[in-house]
Design a protein around this ligand. Structure first.
Ligand code: HSE
Length: 438
């Protein structure tokens, strides 16, 4: 049988990984797909650049449209990144009747609804396993393996760069900027690393996971995002003393009145498996009503791990080339005309527990004032520690853990606490999740 011809957009880290994996595992991949997979053309901004992988046998072009418009191509693999040019290229590829495989989480999170509608009209597939959690087959797991469940919530470490930075800072005392430079050299970081450290990349991925888990349209603009830059050594140590680790989590939870969609630093009990996911590794914990909790773990970034997901998608596409388009697995897991309009909640409406660090003057009645501010908002305290007085500022840090409550109650309580005369500076608050079935 004729090989399936692939056109590749982008010869960066993941493009190189994809060429290498397809070459290295050619026989296995052919046996799985039923046909050989051959990259015949690839585009890159600079085709003469020295690369650490071979492009022998692949025609190279600087014009990505030459790839998507080439008539003998069956599948276009988009590994360029960014959302403007890639949207144009992907829509053009679909228009030309090509199947598309992409690792582009921003593109799917922001333009996925439009892309999937165009693909359904043309009867082609758009596969995006590599867009979320690198090599972990989490899209497949959610869309197919857990299809019998009502997904209640999921929580994931879904940015490898951010987790790598937090781990190196905690374990080696390394500086933020140094570890970020290391992550960039290893090809983990986004072209604009602010996407990693500010949680935007994680929010793209969470948006995709939530759509597939709950059968809702992609709504990236409604995701709440907080980055890792505010995490201090002091809070990491306090959390450890209380039996917690601070991780940068993406959380999507289906509650009675809507869906929580949020990315932020989070204290989690250190005995949870996910609390021990370090370095560039990712993990996604999914709570289904039938299966209970399931945990998916693996490399979240890097050439070969991401290529593993890209190639799996190519194999999937090749296997279903002859299938009736109506009988393919729907892009967002649920049939497109059954997507739900359940609202995404604003962050004020989410329910979570909290870690608070409050610096106070060591005077009688201070603690009573603080607990009154919390009690006024019906906030119940779970644990408290008072640290040694800071010699310089003459203040005493008080660390509080609360039970779960609505964020809007906490906003009022913090305003009232910060207004107390004996409280110095701002209150630090980090959300806390136990990650157990409700
Ligand atoms: N910058 C991303 C990360 C790459 O670090 O997770 C994989 O999506």
């Amino acid at each position: 049988m004729e090989p399936v011809k692939v056109g590749l957009l982008g010869l960066g880290t993941v493009g190189g990984g994809t060429i290498n994996v397809l070459k290295r595992n050619r026989d296995e991949i052919t046996r799985r797909a039923g046909r050989e997979v051959k990259i015949v053309i690839a585009s890159a901004r600079n085709v003469n650049k020295k690369r650490n992988f071979s492009t022998a046998g692949i025609s190279l072009t600087t014009d990505p449209f030459a790839v998507v418009n080439r008539t003998d191509i069956d599948v276009v693999v988009e590994l360029i990144g960014g959302t403007e040019l890639t949207l144009e290229l992907v829509l053009q590829a679909i228009q030309n009747g090509k199947h598309v495989v992409t690792a582009n989480k921003a593109l799917i999170a922001i333009h996925g609804n439009e892309i999937f509608a165009a693909a359904s009209n043309k009867g082609v597939m758009v596969a995006f396993e590599a867009a979320v959690a690198g090599g972990i087959p989490i899209i497949k797991a959610l869309r197919e393996g857990l299809a019998g469940n009502k997904i209640e919530w999921l929580a994931g470490i879904i940015n490898g760069t951010g987790n790598f930075i937090l781990t190196e800072m905690r374990d080696k005392g390394s500086h933020f900027a140094d570890v970020l430079a290391q992550a960039q050299a290893l090809g983990y970081a986004e072209a604009d690393p602010a996407f990693d450290v500010e949680g935007i990349d994680a929010a793209h991925k969470l948006t995709i996971l939530a759509a597939i888990a709950f059968g809702i349209p992609l709504q990236f603009e409604k995701a709440y995002t907080e980055g890792i830059a505010s995490i201090t050594r002091e809070d990491v140590d306090n959390a450890a003393e209380l039996g917690y680790r601070i991780k940068h989590l993406g959380i999507a939870r289906h509650v009675d009145h809507g869906i929580e969609l949020r990315v932020h630093p989070t204290l989690i009990p250190d005995r949870r498996l996910i609390a021990n996911v370090d370095g560039v590794m990712n993990a996604v914990l999914v709570q289904g009503d039938a299966v209970g909790p399931t945990l998916y773990y693996g490399a979240g970034a890097g050439a070969d791990p991401t290529a593993s997901a890209v190639v799996a998608d190519i194999v999937d596409v090749v296997r279903s080339l002859t299938a009736d388009p109506e009988n393919r697995v729907p892009h967002l897991a649920f049939q497109p005309d059954t997507l739900s309009d359940v609202p995404i909640l604003s962050v004020e409406e989410i329910t979570t527990a909290y870690y608070l660090r409050i610096h106070v003057m060591d005077k009688p009645g201070v603690l009573a004032d603080i607990t009154r501010c919390l009690a006024d908002q019906s906030i119940s305290i779970e644990a408290m520690i008072q640290k040694e007085e800071n010699e310089e500022s003459k203040t005493v840090p008080i660390i509080l853990l609360t039970h779960r409550l609505q964020e809007k109650q906490m906003i009022i309580a913090i305003q009232n606490i910060e207004a107390l005369n004996s409280v110095v500076g701002k209150v630090t608050r980090i959300r806390l999740e136990h990650l157990i079935a409700d």
